[in-house]
Design a protein around this ligand. Structure first.
Ligand code: NI
Ligand code: MN
Length: 231
């Protein structure tokens, strides 16, 4: 049995692990023009990971947590804010959030929060290294520009699948994202955070062709919103 990684457009992914655990990353549904699903169609969730509090990553996270009972994996400043507004602290990771450098283990899934270079309202932007129950490792970069410590992340964690923004303007573009792949050395990469808005101009085919030319040992594939990648 494999893990299923479904792209829901933009930075939103649904991971259903081989053990049946359901993880949502940066859940953005109803106003996400590239998400084929409405929030009302989503049934259960166990873990919800949020890289930063920009609307296109965070705006449906609390509603999904409330309807599913999932644990929200977020930073302290975001946690304090929603707890102040009545969100139950029992549904926040470690009841008050986690931060960059930290690793938590929930339901046999190890989640490490890592740096990202971007902006945010509360807290600071982050990415996640997620080790699933069967040992497979996924890196979700969040919104970020390239940074040289990606090489360190690649040395610390043998990444099976990297989910990288390529859209440009507010994150890495294709040129930076291919260099990021060289630093991270994942087995496989899927591009995200492109095409949703007119200013996110990158073409995923440019990412794939440049990556294949420069890094033939790394598999790259663009999947469409709603499509699965089996890991
Ligand atoms: Ni952002
Ligand atoms: Mn974004």
């Amino acid at each position: 049995m494999k893990n299923t990684v479904k792209w829901l457009g933009h930075a939103t992914f649904e991971i259903t692990t081989s053990k049946g655990t359901k993880i949502y990353l940066d859940p953005w549904f109803d106003k996400n023009p590239s998400n084929p699903f409405d929030l009302s169609e989503i049934e259960g969730a166990d873990l919800i990971l949020v890289t930063h509090d920009h609307f296109d990553h965070f705006s449906d996270a609390v509603a999904l947590a409330e309807k599913s009972g999932a644990i929200l994996v977020i930073q302290p400043e975001i946690a304090w804010n929603i707890i102040d507004q009545g969100f139950p602290k029992e549904q926040v990771v470690k009841e008050s959030g986690m931060n960059i450098g930290g690793t938590v283990e929930i339901s046999n899934i190890r989640i490490t929060m890592v740096q990202a270079f971007h902006t945010s309202g509360l807290g600071s932007p982050a990415g996640f290294i997620i080790e699933l129950e069967d040992g497979k490792i996924i890196y979700h970069a969040g919104d970020t520009g390239i940074f040289s410590s990606m090489e360190l992340l690649g040395n610390l964690y043998p990444i099976d699948l990297a989910l990288l923004p390529i859209g440009g303007c507010v994150t890495m573009d294709v040129y930076q994202a291919v260099k990021a792949l060289e630093l991270l050395k994942p087995k496989m990469a899927i591009p995200m955070h492109y095409g949703t808005f007119p200013k996110l101009v990158s073409d995923p085919e440019d990412f794939i062709s440049l990556a294949r030319e420069k890094l033939p040992d790394i598999d790259v594939a663009a999947i469409k919103p709603g499509e699965n990648y089996l890991l």
